[in-house]
Design a protein around this ligand. Structure first.
Ligand code: CTP
Ligand code: C5P
Length: 337
């Protein structure tokens, strides 16, 4: 890409395993510090050498980072210790990292070289979310599950259903405090242009992963403006069963908003895609992937209206990853978080 003379080029690097909105927020802040953002992502081998094998392989991690809307370029197989050679090779002025210390396997600060050269800046780490925390939530719910699902969970569900908060029992452990400011920072705030083809998709989008990313890329290719309807925690809990969702609605909103294929999000969309919803957002096409579609409470198809209107399309994301499979991967790997 042609580079203008006074363009400020920024470098960020990391593992980006189980990408969450904390990573996306670091990337957003880094982009704000310059004009062009390059993200170096470490290989599986490099991560394994310094902190044990990642949950997602490098192909998945590269794709996830590329899908974050503030990223201009991804450099694969970036070294764990950030070097001046990397910054120079890609003409980056400086490197940005969250305000926490990252060390190599032998305890060296991974940014000591760029710090010494005065080519290091810090962004604010997002409190209340980390890969360790997310894995902890997953293992917590799984353990509860194994103890004897029915009685235990029914009590919890009962108590929670009396409570008019938006949280499910399982997302109640989230430490992140959502604000409207954060949503505004993540949102594009753009409107569809006249004549734009509007695509609507709905779902849980829990633990936003590379399967979602592949699906949304396909959905974006069907039109000009993609609206994602996110179901509330109670709705997801109702159709996914006792231990879901793992990320609460606010967290899921930020993860989806960070994705470059998404133009707008409906926060707490109805499970059924109604005529009112389609008319309100002037939806031209409703899409769903190949994952099973649970019927509504009265047993009908939630996509009955778009199907009647011949505005429904099944998309093949070509990816069979699900939130459940991620949980299984973690348990199988017996990762020591
Ligand atoms: N980051 C952040 N806020 C978080 C988590 C990560 O700002 N809650 C930032 C890190 O400071 C870093 C970038 O995201 O600049 C990518 O770093 P990475 O090595 O992938 O993340 P970790 O620091 O290992 O975070 P986690 O444990 O959540 O994976
Ligand atoms: O399962 P969830 O509700 O999060 O899925 C949201 C959308 O993404 C659905 O349309 C689903 O079919 C699609 N999807 C997909 N491929 C995956 C995972 C989800 O097409 N691997």
């Amino acid at each position: 890409m042609a580079q203008s003379e006074n363009q400020v080029r920024v470098w960020v690097d990391g593992c980006f395993d189980m990408v969450h909105f904390g990573h996306a927020n670091a990337i957003r802040q880094a982009k704000q510090m310059g004009d062009y953002l390059i993200v170096g992502v470490h290989s599986d081998e490099e991560i394994a050498n310094h902190k044990g094998p990642p949950v997602f392989n490098e192909k998945e991690r590269y794709k996830m980072v590329r899908a974050i809307k503030w990223v201009d370029e991804v450099i694969e197989n970036a070294p764990y210790v950030t070097t001046l050679e990397s910054l120079d090779k890609y003409n980056c002025d400086f490197c940005v990292h969250g305000d926490d210390i990252t060390t190599t396997v032998d305890g060296t600060d991974t940014y000591h070289l760029v710090k010494k050269a005065n080519r290091y800046k810090e962004c604010k780490r997002t409190e209340g979310v980390s890969t360790t925390d997310i894995v902890g939530r997953m293992l917590l719910v799984t353990r509860t599950h194994h103890r004897g699902p029915e009685e235990l969970n029914k009590d919890q569900v009962g108590a929670i259903s009396q409570d008019h908060s938006t949280k499910s029992p399982w997302t109640g452990v989230a430490q992140f405090l959502p604000t409207t400011k954060k949503i505004i920072q993540f949102a594009e705030g753009k409107e569809p242009s006249p004549g734009d083809k509007i695509v609507y998709v709905a779902g849980a989008f829990d633990l936003f992963h590379v399967g979602h990313c592949d699906f949304l890329e396909k959905a974006a290719a069907e039109g000009d403006f993609v609206i994602v309807g996110l179901h509330s925690d109670q709705v997801v809990n109702h159709y996914r069963g006792a231990n879901n969702p793992i990320m609460n609605l606010h967290e899921r909103v930020l993860s989806v908003l960070a994705c470059r294929y998404v133009s707008e999000v409906v926060i707490g969309a109805p499970y059924e895609v109604t005529a009112e919803l389609m008319d309100h957002f002037k939806v031209d096409l409703v899409c769903h992937g190949k994952t099973p579609i649970m019927p509504t409470e009265d047993g009908s198809d939630p996509y009955a209206v778009p199907k009647e209107r011949k505005k429904f399309k099944m998309l093949d994301s070509g990816n069979d990853l699900t939130t459940q499979k991620i949980v299984e991967r973690i348990i199988r790997n017996r990762l020591d978080y």
